[in-house]
Design a protein around this ligand. Sequence first.
Ligand code: F6P
Length: 366
Amino acid sequence: MIDPKIKKIAILTGGGDCPGLNAVIRAITKTAILKHNLEVIGYRFGYRGLYQNDFIKLDAASVSGIQHIGGTILYSSNKDNLFDYEVVENGKKVRKDMSHVAIKNMKKEGVDVLIVIGGDGTLTSARDFARKGVKVIGVPKTIDNDLDYTEYTFGFMTAIDIATEAIDRLHTTAESHHRIMILEVMGRNAGWIALHSGIAGTADVILIPEIPYDINKIAQKFKDREKRGKLFSIVVIAEGAKATGGEAIVKHIVKDSPDPIRLGGVGFKLAMDLEPIVTEHEIRTTVLGHIQRGGSPSTFDRILSTRYGVAAVEMIEENRFGNMVCLQNEKMTHVHLENIVGRQKLVDPQGELVKIARNVGISFGD
Ligand code: F6P
Protein backbone atom coordinates (compact mmCIF):
# COMPACT_ATOMS: atom_id res chain seq x y z
CA MET A 1 0.00 0.00 0.00
CA ILE A 2 1.15 3.52 -0.74
CA ASP A 3 1.70 5.82 2.26
CA PRO A 4 -1.71 7.57 2.67
CA LYS A 5 0.11 10.92 2.92
CA ILE A 6 0.99 10.54 -0.77
CA LYS A 7 -1.97 11.79 -2.77
CA LYS A 8 -0.59 13.36 -5.90
CA ILE A 9 2.22 12.46 -8.28
CA ALA A 10 3.72 14.27 -11.26
CA ILE A 11 5.43 12.93 -14.39
CA LEU A 12 7.82 14.66 -16.76
CA THR A 13 9.71 13.53 -19.87
CA GLY A 14 13.14 15.05 -20.62
CA GLY A 15 15.76 14.74 -23.34
CA GLY A 16 15.29 13.43 -26.87
CA ASP A 17 11.98 11.70 -27.51
CA CYS A 18 11.84 7.94 -27.81
CA PRO A 19 9.19 5.43 -28.91
CA GLY A 20 7.46 4.11 -25.79
CA LEU A 21 7.37 7.33 -23.75
CA ASN A 22 3.59 7.56 -24.06
CA ALA A 23 3.23 3.92 -23.07
CA VAL A 24 5.21 4.65 -19.87
CA ILE A 25 3.08 7.73 -19.11
CA ARG A 26 -0.05 5.63 -19.64
CA ALA A 27 1.15 2.77 -17.42
CA ILE A 28 2.13 5.13 -14.57
CA THR A 29 -1.15 7.06 -14.78
CA LYS A 30 -3.38 4.00 -15.00
CA THR A 31 -1.63 2.20 -12.15
CA ALA A 32 -1.58 5.30 -9.95
CA ILE A 33 -5.28 5.98 -10.51
CA LEU A 34 -6.79 2.50 -10.77
CA LYS A 35 -4.72 0.76 -8.12
CA HIS A 36 -3.91 3.59 -5.72
CA ASN A 37 -6.49 6.28 -6.34
CA LEU A 38 -3.76 8.94 -6.69
CA GLU A 39 -4.04 12.21 -8.54
CA VAL A 40 -1.64 12.54 -11.48
CA ILE A 41 -0.36 15.57 -13.36
CA GLY A 42 2.19 15.83 -16.16
CA TYR A 43 4.61 18.74 -16.50
CA ARG A 44 5.01 19.89 -20.10
CA PHE A 45 8.38 20.25 -21.83
CA GLY A 46 10.37 18.46 -19.14
CA TYR A 47 11.96 20.55 -16.41
CA ARG A 48 10.88 23.76 -18.13
CA GLY A 49 7.28 22.91 -17.20
CA LEU A 50 8.35 22.35 -13.61
CA TYR A 51 9.95 25.80 -13.58
CA GLN A 52 7.02 27.52 -15.28
CA ASN A 53 4.41 25.45 -13.42
CA ASP A 54 3.09 24.38 -16.80
CA PHE A 55 1.24 21.09 -16.37
CA ILE A 56 -1.79 19.10 -17.46
CA LYS A 57 -3.99 16.81 -15.45
CA LEU A 58 -3.52 13.18 -16.40
CA ASP A 59 -6.50 10.88 -16.05
CA ALA A 60 -7.86 7.73 -17.65
CA ALA A 61 -9.24 9.73 -20.56
CA SER A 62 -6.06 11.70 -21.29
CA VAL A 63 -3.89 8.58 -21.45
CA SER A 64 -6.41 6.53 -23.39
CA GLY A 65 -5.32 5.52 -26.90
CA ILE A 66 -1.71 6.71 -26.60
CA GLN A 67 0.20 3.46 -26.08
CA HIS A 68 0.94 2.95 -29.77
CA ILE A 69 1.77 6.58 -30.50
CA GLY A 70 5.39 7.78 -30.70
CA GLY A 71 6.78 10.94 -29.08
CA THR A 72 5.44 12.20 -25.77
CA ILE A 73 2.09 13.82 -25.01
CA LEU A 74 3.95 15.80 -22.32
CA TYR A 75 6.46 17.19 -24.83
CA SER A 76 10.14 17.28 -24.00
CA SER A 77 13.17 19.50 -23.79
CA ASN A 78 16.87 18.74 -23.65
CA LYS A 79 17.92 22.26 -22.70
CA ASP A 80 16.48 22.98 -19.29
CA ASN A 81 18.83 22.12 -16.47
CA LEU A 82 17.23 23.97 -13.55
CA PHE A 83 20.42 23.65 -11.51
CA ASP A 84 22.23 25.76 -14.11
CA TYR A 85 19.42 27.74 -15.69
CA GLU A 86 19.57 30.84 -17.84
CA VAL A 87 17.57 33.72 -16.37
CA VAL A 88 17.58 37.46 -17.02
CA GLU A 89 18.68 39.59 -14.08
CA ASN A 90 19.00 43.36 -14.32
CA GLY A 91 18.74 43.06 -18.10
CA LYS A 92 21.58 40.54 -18.25
CA LYS A 93 21.49 36.81 -19.02
CA VAL A 94 22.95 34.84 -16.12
CA ARG A 95 23.04 31.14 -15.24
CA LYS A 96 21.81 30.17 -11.79
CA ASP A 97 20.49 27.33 -9.72
CA MET A 98 16.71 27.84 -10.04
CA SER A 99 15.67 24.45 -8.67
CA HIS A 100 14.02 26.14 -5.66
CA VAL A 101 11.36 27.56 -8.03
CA ALA A 102 10.51 24.04 -9.17
CA ILE A 103 10.31 22.80 -5.58
CA LYS A 104 8.06 25.72 -4.65
CA ASN A 105 5.79 24.95 -7.62
CA MET A 106 5.51 21.29 -6.64
CA LYS A 107 4.64 22.28 -3.05
CA LYS A 108 2.03 24.75 -4.31
CA GLU A 109 0.36 22.05 -6.42
CA GLY A 110 0.62 19.46 -3.64
CA VAL A 111 2.87 17.15 -5.67
CA ASP A 112 4.24 14.46 -3.33
CA VAL A 113 6.27 12.42 -5.81
CA LEU A 114 7.98 13.32 -9.08
CA ILE A 115 8.55 10.61 -11.69
CA VAL A 116 11.24 11.66 -14.17
CA ILE A 117 11.55 9.79 -17.46
CA GLY A 118 14.80 10.66 -19.19
CA GLY A 119 18.37 9.94 -20.14
CA ASP A 120 21.67 10.84 -18.56
CA GLY A 121 21.15 14.63 -18.26
CA THR A 122 17.54 14.41 -17.10
CA LEU A 123 18.38 11.75 -14.53
CA THR A 124 21.33 13.79 -13.23
CA SER A 125 18.87 16.57 -12.39
CA ALA A 126 16.54 13.95 -10.86
CA ARG A 127 19.39 12.94 -8.58
CA ASP A 128 19.98 16.60 -7.68
CA PHE A 129 16.30 17.06 -6.80
CA ALA A 130 16.48 13.89 -4.68
CA ARG A 131 19.49 15.42 -2.87
CA LYS A 132 17.29 18.41 -2.07
CA GLY A 133 14.70 16.16 -0.44
CA VAL A 134 12.25 15.77 -3.33
CA LYS A 135 10.69 12.30 -3.54
CA VAL A 136 11.92 11.34 -7.02
CA ILE A 137 11.70 8.13 -9.05
CA GLY A 138 13.71 7.83 -12.28
CA VAL A 139 12.76 5.89 -15.41
CA PRO A 140 15.62 5.40 -17.91
CA LYS A 141 15.04 6.49 -21.50
CA THR A 142 17.37 6.34 -24.50
CA ILE A 143 17.17 4.75 -27.91
CA ASP A 144 20.98 4.44 -27.74
CA ASN A 145 20.58 1.81 -24.96
CA ASP A 146 23.73 3.14 -23.31
CA LEU A 147 22.50 3.74 -19.75
CA ASP A 148 24.30 1.58 -17.26
CA TYR A 149 22.52 -0.83 -14.90
CA THR A 150 19.73 -1.57 -17.33
CA GLU A 151 19.78 -4.24 -19.99
CA TYR A 152 17.31 -2.60 -22.34
CA THR A 153 15.69 0.79 -22.42
CA PHE A 154 12.36 1.11 -24.23
CA GLY A 155 12.70 2.57 -27.72
CA PHE A 156 15.91 0.72 -28.49
CA MET A 157 14.20 -2.33 -30.02
CA THR A 158 12.02 -0.05 -32.15
CA ALA A 159 15.13 1.84 -33.31
CA ILE A 160 16.93 -1.35 -34.31
CA ASP A 161 13.85 -2.63 -36.13
CA ILE A 162 13.78 0.60 -38.15
CA ALA A 163 17.54 0.48 -38.81
CA THR A 164 17.32 -3.18 -39.83
CA GLU A 165 14.54 -2.42 -42.28
CA ALA A 166 16.66 0.40 -43.71
CA ILE A 167 19.59 -2.02 -44.21
CA ASP A 168 17.27 -4.53 -45.92
CA ARG A 169 16.12 -1.82 -48.30
CA LEU A 170 19.66 -0.62 -48.98
CA HIS A 171 20.69 -4.21 -49.66
CA THR A 172 18.50 -4.59 -52.74
CA THR A 173 19.59 -1.29 -54.24
CA ALA A 174 23.27 -1.99 -53.39
CA GLU A 175 23.04 -5.33 -55.17
CA SER A 176 21.27 -3.87 -58.22
CA HIS A 177 23.99 -1.26 -58.77
CA HIS A 178 27.02 -3.10 -57.35
CA ARG A 179 27.52 -0.23 -54.97
CA ILE A 180 28.90 0.35 -51.51
CA MET A 181 26.02 1.57 -49.36
CA ILE A 182 26.77 3.29 -46.05
CA LEU A 183 24.05 3.69 -43.42
CA GLU A 184 24.72 6.14 -40.58
CA VAL A 185 22.72 5.43 -37.44
CA MET A 186 22.55 7.10 -34.02
CA GLY A 187 24.88 6.25 -31.16
CA ARG A 188 27.12 9.01 -29.86
CA ASN A 189 29.29 6.99 -27.53
CA ALA A 190 27.87 3.52 -27.82
CA GLY A 191 27.44 1.45 -30.96
CA TRP A 192 24.49 -0.67 -29.83
CA ILE A 193 22.13 0.39 -32.63
CA ALA A 194 24.79 -0.16 -35.31
CA LEU A 195 25.85 -3.48 -33.81
CA HIS A 196 22.36 -4.96 -33.41
CA SER A 197 20.93 -3.70 -36.70
CA GLY A 198 24.16 -4.56 -38.52
CA ILE A 199 23.98 -8.18 -37.38
CA ALA A 200 20.23 -8.42 -38.02
CA GLY A 201 20.49 -6.77 -41.44
CA THR A 202 23.63 -8.76 -42.39
CA ALA A 203 25.88 -5.78 -42.89
CA ASP A 204 29.38 -6.51 -44.16
CA VAL A 205 31.07 -3.84 -42.04
CA ILE A 206 29.93 -2.40 -38.69
CA LEU A 207 31.73 0.67 -37.36
CA ILE A 208 31.16 1.69 -33.75
CA PRO A 209 32.69 4.26 -31.38
CA GLU A 210 34.19 1.51 -29.21
CA ILE A 211 36.32 0.05 -32.05
CA PRO A 212 38.31 2.65 -34.03
CA TYR A 213 38.47 1.76 -37.72
CA ASP A 214 41.19 1.66 -40.34
CA ILE A 215 39.98 2.76 -43.78
CA ASN A 216 42.30 0.28 -45.55
CA LYS A 217 40.88 -2.66 -43.59
CA ILE A 218 37.39 -1.64 -44.72
CA ALA A 219 38.54 -1.44 -48.36
CA GLN A 220 40.18 -4.85 -47.97
CA LYS A 221 36.87 -6.32 -46.79
CA PHE A 222 35.21 -5.10 -50.01
CA LYS A 223 38.03 -6.69 -52.05
CA ASP A 224 37.66 -10.01 -50.22
CA ARG A 225 33.95 -9.98 -50.98
CA GLU A 226 34.62 -9.25 -54.64
CA LYS A 227 36.88 -12.30 -54.84
CA ARG A 228 33.85 -14.32 -53.75
CA GLY A 229 31.71 -12.72 -56.42
CA LYS A 230 29.99 -10.25 -54.08
CA LEU A 231 30.10 -6.99 -55.96
CA PHE A 232 28.36 -4.81 -53.40
CA SER A 233 28.80 -4.14 -49.69
CA ILE A 234 26.81 -2.65 -46.82
CA VAL A 235 28.43 -0.59 -44.08
CA VAL A 236 26.56 0.44 -40.92
CA ILE A 237 28.29 3.23 -39.04
CA ALA A 238 27.33 4.76 -35.67
CA GLU A 239 27.41 8.56 -35.65
CA GLY A 240 30.15 8.50 -33.00
CA ALA A 241 32.48 6.09 -34.85
CA LYS A 242 35.99 7.33 -35.52
CA ALA A 243 39.06 6.29 -37.46
CA THR A 244 42.07 5.23 -35.41
CA GLY A 245 43.55 8.43 -34.00
CA GLY A 246 40.62 10.45 -35.39
CA GLU A 247 37.81 12.44 -33.81
CA ALA A 248 34.03 12.08 -33.94
CA ILE A 249 32.36 14.34 -36.53
CA VAL A 250 30.44 17.21 -34.93
CA LYS A 251 27.43 18.36 -36.96
CA HIS A 252 26.33 21.28 -34.87
CA ILE A 253 26.51 22.80 -31.42
CA VAL A 254 23.27 23.46 -29.56
CA LYS A 255 24.55 26.38 -27.51
CA ASP A 256 21.99 26.43 -24.71
CA SER A 257 21.97 22.66 -24.19
CA PRO A 258 23.77 21.13 -21.17
CA ASP A 259 25.14 18.55 -23.63
CA PRO A 260 25.71 20.85 -26.65
CA ILE A 261 27.49 18.56 -29.12
CA ARG A 262 25.40 16.96 -31.88
CA LEU A 263 27.21 14.44 -34.02
CA GLY A 264 26.51 13.61 -37.64
CA GLY A 265 28.16 13.29 -41.00
CA VAL A 266 30.61 10.47 -40.32
CA GLY A 267 28.92 8.40 -43.05
CA PHE A 268 29.71 11.09 -45.65
CA LYS A 269 33.26 11.42 -44.33
CA LEU A 270 33.73 7.67 -44.64
CA ALA A 271 32.47 7.75 -48.24
CA MET A 272 34.90 10.59 -49.06
CA ASP A 273 37.81 8.73 -47.50
CA LEU A 274 36.91 5.48 -49.28
CA GLU A 275 36.36 6.96 -52.74
CA PRO A 276 40.06 7.30 -53.72
CA ILE A 277 40.75 3.70 -52.58
CA VAL A 278 37.62 1.92 -53.76
CA THR A 279 37.57 3.24 -57.32
CA GLU A 280 35.69 0.32 -58.87
CA HIS A 281 32.40 1.00 -56.99
CA GLU A 282 30.20 3.99 -56.47
CA ILE A 283 29.51 4.79 -52.85
CA ARG A 284 26.28 6.21 -51.44
CA THR A 285 25.52 7.34 -47.89
CA THR A 286 22.15 7.36 -46.12
CA VAL A 287 21.70 9.05 -42.76
CA LEU A 288 18.78 7.51 -40.87
CA GLY A 289 18.62 10.36 -38.33
CA HIS A 290 15.47 10.99 -36.35
CA ILE A 291 13.47 8.46 -38.34
CA GLN A 292 14.90 5.85 -35.96
CA ARG A 293 13.47 7.78 -32.99
CA GLY A 294 10.03 8.61 -34.34
CA GLY A 295 6.82 6.69 -34.88
CA SER A 296 5.12 3.83 -33.10
CA PRO A 297 6.94 1.68 -30.56
CA SER A 298 7.35 -2.01 -31.41
CA THR A 299 5.40 -4.67 -29.54
CA PHE A 300 8.43 -5.42 -27.37
CA ASP A 301 8.81 -1.74 -26.46
CA ARG A 302 5.12 -1.31 -25.64
CA ILE A 303 5.38 -4.15 -23.14
CA LEU A 304 8.74 -2.96 -21.79
CA SER A 305 7.40 0.59 -21.37
CA THR A 306 4.38 -0.74 -19.49
CA ARG A 307 6.69 -2.73 -17.23
CA TYR A 308 8.79 0.39 -16.54
CA GLY A 309 5.69 2.48 -15.79
CA VAL A 310 4.10 -0.05 -13.44
CA ALA A 311 7.47 -0.62 -11.70
CA ALA A 312 7.87 3.14 -11.14
CA VAL A 313 4.59 3.21 -9.19
CA GLU A 314 5.63 0.08 -7.27
CA MET A 315 8.71 2.02 -6.18
CA ILE A 316 6.41 4.58 -4.55
CA GLU A 317 4.68 1.72 -2.72
CA GLU A 318 8.07 0.49 -1.53
CA ASN A 319 9.26 3.99 -0.55
CA ARG A 320 12.27 3.70 -2.84
CA PHE A 321 12.66 7.37 -3.56
CA GLY A 322 15.90 8.53 -5.17
CA ASN A 323 16.01 5.33 -7.22
CA MET A 324 15.68 4.52 -10.90
CA VAL A 325 13.77 1.51 -12.16
CA CYS A 326 15.85 -0.78 -14.35
CA LEU A 327 15.84 -4.13 -16.09
CA GLN A 328 18.38 -6.64 -14.87
CA ASN A 329 18.42 -10.36 -15.65
CA GLU A 330 15.08 -9.84 -17.39
CA LYS A 331 13.49 -8.58 -14.15
CA MET A 332 12.39 -5.10 -13.16
CA THR A 333 14.49 -3.86 -10.27
CA HIS A 334 16.03 -0.57 -9.11
CA VAL A 335 19.31 1.25 -8.65
CA HIS A 336 20.05 4.42 -6.71
CA LEU A 337 20.26 7.57 -8.84
CA GLU A 338 23.57 8.40 -7.13
CA ASN A 339 25.07 5.33 -8.81
CA ILE A 340 23.95 5.90 -12.37
CA VAL A 341 25.07 9.45 -13.11
CA GLY A 342 27.91 9.68 -15.64
CA ARG A 343 27.99 5.94 -16.20
CA GLN A 344 27.63 4.56 -19.67
CA LYS A 345 27.04 1.07 -20.93
CA LEU A 346 29.35 0.68 -23.91
CA VAL A 347 29.76 -2.20 -26.33
CA ASP A 348 32.48 -4.53 -25.10
CA PRO A 349 34.85 -5.05 -28.06
CA GLN A 350 35.55 -8.53 -26.66
CA GLY A 351 31.89 -9.21 -25.86
CA GLU A 352 29.63 -11.93 -27.24
CA LEU A 353 27.83 -9.86 -29.85
CA VAL A 354 31.05 -8.53 -31.40
CA LYS A 355 32.42 -12.09 -31.41
CA ILE A 356 29.38 -13.57 -33.12
CA ALA A 357 29.45 -10.78 -35.68
CA ARG A 358 33.10 -11.52 -36.42
CA ASN A 359 32.33 -15.25 -36.62
CA VAL A 360 29.80 -14.66 -39.37
CA GLY A 361 32.33 -12.61 -41.31
CA ILE A 362 31.38 -9.05 -40.35
CA SER A 363 34.34 -6.65 -40.27
CA PHE A 364 34.69 -3.90 -37.66
CA GLY A 365 37.33 -2.22 -39.80
CA ASP A 366 40.06 -3.08 -37.28
O1 F6P B 1 20.47 10.11 -27.18
C1 F6P B 1 19.73 9.84 -28.30
C2 F6P B 1 20.15 10.60 -29.49
O2 F6P B 1 19.26 10.10 -30.40
C3 F6P B 1 21.59 10.48 -29.98
O3 F6P B 1 21.96 9.28 -30.57
C4 F6P B 1 21.69 11.65 -30.92
O4 F6P B 1 22.99 12.07 -31.10
C5 F6P B 1 20.91 12.69 -30.20
O5 F6P B 1 19.96 12.00 -29.41
C6 F6P B 1 20.28 13.68 -31.10
O6 F6P B 1 19.39 14.50 -30.40
P1 F6P B 1 18.67 15.79 -30.99
O7 F6P B 1 18.87 15.83 -32.44
O8 F6P B 1 17.24 15.62 -30.62
O9 F6P B 1 19.26 16.95 -30.29
